[in-house]
Design a protein around this ligand. Sequence first.
Ligand SMILES: [Zn+2]
Length: 456
Amino acid sequence: MNYKTLLFYSAFLLLVGCSTRTDKEIIADIFKTSQYDTTSYHTLRILSKSYPNRLCGTPISIKAVEYMKGVMENEKFDTVYLQECTVAHWDRGLKEIGKIYSSKEGETKIAVCALGNSVATSANGLKAEVIEVKSFEELEKLGEKIVKGKIVFFNKLMDSNKVSSFDAYGEVVGFRFSGASVAAKYGAAAVLVRSCTTANDTFPHTGVMRYKDSNQIPAFAISTIHAGILSKQLTTDPKLNLFLKSDCKFLNDEKSYNVIGEVRGSEFPNEIITVGGHLDAWDITEGAHDDGGGCVQSIDVWHIFNKIGYRPKRTLRVVMFMDEEMNQRGGKKYAEEALLKKEKHLYAMESDGGCDKPLGFTFDTNEEYLTKFKSYIPLFEPYGINVFVNEGSGVDVEPLKEQNVVLGELVVDPTHYFDFHHSRYDTFERINIQYLQQGGATMASLIYLVDKYGLK
Ligand SMILES: [Zn+2]
């Protein structure tokens, strides 16, 4: 047998092998293959270390697009292409300054950062007294008479005793998102929001905020340790002064891209299954967990299929979405194009909850499809995966909901996610290679089942 014939028979046996093996065997192969393959881990290292701070609109985000396009072109997709979208370009400018001036404690530097979308202080910064509150109700009770001209300090602790850190995050993220507009109603000069993190650290954790109207005041995050210091100093000197300075601004909108790899379905090419993560990351992070990991896990779905010789029956699209963190223009653009081209998406899954140990999936679907998904639980249980709940999806795939697409997201252990979320601490060093690979295998296993059996 010559070399070419041998190659042909090997490929043939691989394909036949896939079609005759049970689901249990194929899923075992998926997990085993991913366990010994470090490709996604190495891609994530380069993405995190060479293309950090890749907030949409920045030149480095475009370099990340080019890098990931190159990565996908080496993965034997049928086609790899860019989908253009227009994104905002918010620029942090010079590093922010925060200082407490207390009559009792003197001057104390604090770690602060502007929240995404915020306006800047004046070039000289601003200095004002501070009002500490733990709720919007408390702020309302104080009213304009007390709040006017002051810096409102939202200092609600994120509850680390909650079983799900996402529930704890949900209780505090509103201060970050709309605190500035609420405080501006009472004439506040600026807002300082305790970082939405369970960690006791000196890193401010950023994130997006939004103004409701033209009454726009600067919004900052403060590290949790410095929030504690400020709160303590306020007890000894309630009239202390706080100095804040930021330099952020909006530049012109920029052209950007979703990066898409596609494998045409062998039997139902018009039925599309999408899996993705978001390529953009906050400008103060490497974006390893959020969401470089989700990107490489999504590529891993096809990488593993390819390695075990599974050719999807339906068209598989792997999408690196742009602009999840600011305005989700990439996700919206993807759904718009799908509608325009009358594409039929069967299922869209996202990985955007960090790269810790995979536990299962959330879905956004009806009871009938959920029951079908749940029937697969025994296939996942050997890997410690059994969370199959109808609790929504990720924000990049969500715009497809209007087109009646069944949506989902990978669920991983969320215990530590908010320790590093949106901070300088979201680095490649915090990635556990086994969990990263298991996450990719978990996604590949469900995509395999959806591809093979459809949804009904
Ligand atoms: Zn994310």
